[in-house]
Design a protein. Structure first.
Length: 208
C-alpha cells in the first residue's frame, strides 16, 4: 500500500521480501525519516530480512513503529523502532501497537493492543490453527475494527506468500488477489463506513 505519494506502508518485492508496519504507540517525535519512505527504500534495495533489519540500524525514524519482515525462506523478524533509540530486532512474527512494557496507556487500552497481541500469539502457538481460521479472525474484533471516526479502523488485511510471489487483500465482503507472475494493473474502490469497510464490486481501470 502506497503512502505519501511515493512511500509505502507495506508490500512485497520480486525477491520475496514482505514487510508491514504498525504504529508503535508512543507520541514522541524526533529527527528521522518518515516510515513510508523507509519501507519503500527497503522494498527497493533489500532481498531478505537480514538486509532489511540492517537498514533500521543506520536509518533513523521520526516516530515509533513496529515493522514485521518475512522473506521467502520463511524467516521473520520484527523491528521495534523509535526516534533517538537503537532499534530492537526480535525474531517474533507478531506486532500490535505498543513496545516493551509501555502498554497500559489510555490509547493502548482503547485500541486493545495487548488483547490483540495475546490473541495473535495464541494463534501461532495453537497447532490446530490454519490459514483459513487465522484469516477469519482478522475479519472480526478485536483484530478487525470499524472505528474510522476515531482514527482507528481496519483499512485492509493483507496475506503475503513470499515463496510464490502472491498477495491477497481482504475486506469483509470481498478479496483481491495479485501475483508477480500474472499482474494486472488495476484498482479497487473501498468505502469506509460506520459498519466496516466495503469494497465496491467490479474491476476498475488503473488510474494513469
Amino acid at each position: 500500500m502506497t503512502d505519501c505519494l511515493w512511500g509505502a506502508t507495506d508490500g512485497m518485492n520480486e525477491d520475496g521480501l514482505a514487510i508491514s508496519l504498525t504504529f508503535g504507540g508512543a507520541a514522541a517525535v524526533g529527527e528521522g525519516f518518515g516510515i513510508p519512505l523507509i519501507i519503500r527504500y527497503i522494498l527497493e534495495f533489500c532481498s531478505n530480512v537480514d538486509e532489511a533489519a540492517a537498514v533500521f540500524s543506520r536509518v533513523p525514524t521520526h516516530m515509533a513503529y513496529n515493522v514485521t519482515m518475512l522473506d521467502k525462506s520463511g524467516r521473520f523478524l520484527t523491528a521495534f523502532i523509535s526516534p533517538n533509540n537503537p532499534p530492537a530486532i526480535r525474531p517474533v512474527p507478531v506486532a500490535t501497537n505498543h513496545q516493551g512494557m509501555d502498554r497500559y496507556q489510555p490509547r493502548h487500552i482503547e485500541t486493545q493492543t495487548v488483547e490483540r497481541e495475546q490473541l495473535l500469539n495464541h494463534c501461532f502457538a495453537d497447532g490446530n490453527m490454519d490459514e483459513d481460521k487465522i484469516l477469519n479472525l482478522f475479519m472480526h474484533p478485536p483484530l478487525y475494527t470499524n472505528r474510522y471516526a476515531n482514527g482507528f479502523g481496519t483499512v485492509f488485511t493483507s496475506h503475503y506468500r513470499p515463496a510464490t510471489g502472491e498477495v491477497y487483500y481482504y475486506w469483509p465482503n470481498d478479496m483481491w488477489d495479485c501475483s508477480f507472475s500474472t499482474f494486472v494493473d488495476s484498482s479497487r474502490l473501498v468505502n469506509f463506513t460506520p459498519w466496516g469497510a466495503v469494497m465496491e464490486k467490479g474491476l476498475m481501470p488503473a488510474v494513469k
